[in-house]
Design a protein around this ligand. Structure first.
Ligand SMILES: [Zn+2]
Length: 45
């Protein structure tokens, strides 16, 4: 797992090794990332 800054809260999110799924225990984020991570995250927000 890869730790990244969560885009939705002040916590850390976890991404799988292929960077296709990001999850955050702090706020419940669960976003698939493909092909553009920023577009995917904005869609969730
Ligand atoms: Zn979060």
């Amino acid at each position: 797992m890869i730790k990244i800054d969560c885009p939705l809260c002040a916590g850390e999110a976890s991404a799988d090794e292929a960077l296709t799924l990001v999850t955050c225990d702090g706020c419940g984020l669960a976003a698939e990332i493909a092909p553009d991570p920023f577009v995917a995250l904005e869609a969730v927000a």
